[in-house]
Design a protein around this ligand. Structure first.
Ligand code: NAD
Ligand code: TYD
Length: 360
């Protein structure tokens, strides 16, 4: 089996590559990744030593390069992780999200048709369903929940999903789509909530919580996402959507407080800042379909997974410190420097620290 994994130098794609190389030693994996700010070649260092792995630096929106690679490699399966993935960045600059997430998907599917790929799998997100109210804990996203997006990021992912379904119907491209909830674990870029809070707490820096911190996310340990995708590409039904996640809901404040407790840091670091525009209230997956059809269900509870994740960030400080000392510092200044502090307990000095810390 020859598999193309796009976006494999990012968080979930790299975890998927390691999962697959170990679980299926006979598979060949080719990673196509542009190495944007979110892609890190050092993450794939260990994979590079495996003879069944090849890395290609390139853009999924580069038609010539993509078609040449498909012609050369004759892939059996394509798993598309490559995307611009951060909601806050999409609010700041939607254009790149539309290009990579929608047009990139189209080019990969055109190549999949031309070179007879047996399965095209689109890695999507529960964010395509919009959000659920905080006071209706009886409601969950199923695969039949209408698409109703909130951010340029989720709109771009939903657009790609619609295109994937259209390619199935019109061109009979054998597709599957998975829509997963919020992932956490090793190699996540420290702009996302959990690694951001771990890395900042370790440095005793203010911990930015949007609004009141009451928004709810349904957390899944990244390895379980890989396991589910492996099952879908091998046993999932062509043309189907599978939701992945389930019953690990936490408010953002609970997440931040858990990390603070685990690290033995002070709650005084929590800094409530102005909310994200259009901020989705609650995500919650109903995983009944994938459990019934493929026998998958999440086993790792949040309290266990967060301990493993914190340990990984403690054991691999060099990985994230390199990132933080680079491009990311400018990003932090830009994204958080203008956010108004709304904590009662934090003095003005905190925002100054947040805005100017790149100098420190
Ligand atoms: P990430 O931002 O960590 O990684 C994205 C990777 O894609 C990076 O390595 C980047 O270099 C690469 N990339 C970006 N543009 C590219 C292009 N034009 N050509 C080739 N490579 C390009 O993202 P992630 O968190 O690992 O998410 C991976 C996928 O999973 C995304 O499609 C995302 O929508 C989806 N998803 C993420 C989550 C989550 O919680 N992180 C949840 C559900 C679904
Ligand atoms: P994030 O990790 O960006 O994932 P997503 O927006 O895709 O769910 O954010 C998770 C939650 O944490 C989301 O409700 C926004 C919130 N958040 C903060 O409160 N502070 C932060 O600095 C960040 C990055 C996110």
């Amino acid at each position: 089996m020859n598999i193309l994994v796009t976006g494999g130098a990012g968080f979930i794609g790299s975890n998927f590559i390691y999962y697959m190389l170990e679980k299926h030693p006979s598979y060949r994996i080719v990673c196509l990744d542009l190495l944007t700010y979110a892609g890190n070649i050092s993450t794939l260092e260990k994979a590079m030593k495996n003879n069944n792995f090849r890395f290609v630096k390139g853009d999924i929106t580069d038609k010539d390069l993509v078609f040449k690679l498909f012609r050369e490699e004759k892939f059996d399966v394509v798993v598309n992780f490559a995307a611009e993935s951060h909601v806050d960045r999409s609010i700041d600059n939607p254009e790149l999200f539309l290009k990579t997430n929608i047009l990139g998907t189209q080019i990969l599917m055109d190549a999949s048709i031309k070179y007879n790929v047996k399965r095209y799998h689109q890695v999507s997100t529960d964010e395509v369903y919009g959000d659920l109210p905080l006071d209706r804990t009886d409601l969950f996203f199923t695969e039949g929940t209408p698409i109703q997006t909130s951010s340029p990021y989720s709109a771009s992912k939903a657009s790609a999903d619609l295109l994937v379904q259209a390619y199935y119907r019109t061109y009979k491209l054998p597709i599957t789509i998975s829509r997963c909830s919020n992932n956490y674990g090793p190699y996540q870029f420290p702009e996302k909530l959990i690694p951001l809070i771990i890395s900042r707490a370790l440095n005793d820096e203010p911990l930015p919580v949007y609004g009141k911190g009451e928004n709810i996310r349904d957390w899944i340990y990244v390895e379980e996402h890989s396991e589910a995708i492996d099952l879908i590409i091998n046993n999932g039904k062509v043309g189907e959507v599978y939701n992945i996640g389930g019953h690990n809901e936490k408010t953002n404040l609970e997440v931040v407080e858990t990390i603070i407790d685990e690290l033995g840091k002070s709650k005084e670091l929590i800094t409530f800042v102005s909310d994200r525009p259009g901020h989705d209230l609650r995500y919650a997956i109903d995983p009944t379909k994938i459990r019934n059809e493929l026998g998958w269900e999440p086993k790792i509870r949040f309290n266990e997974g967060i301990k493993m994740t914190i340990k990984w960030y403690l054991d691999n400080q060099e990985w994230w410190e390199d990132i933080i000392s680079g491009e990311y510092m400018n990003y932090y200044d830009k994204m958080y420097g203008d956010r108004k502090i709304i904590s009662d307990n934090i003095k003005e000095v905190a925002i100054e620290e947040m805005a100017t810390e790149k100098d420190g």
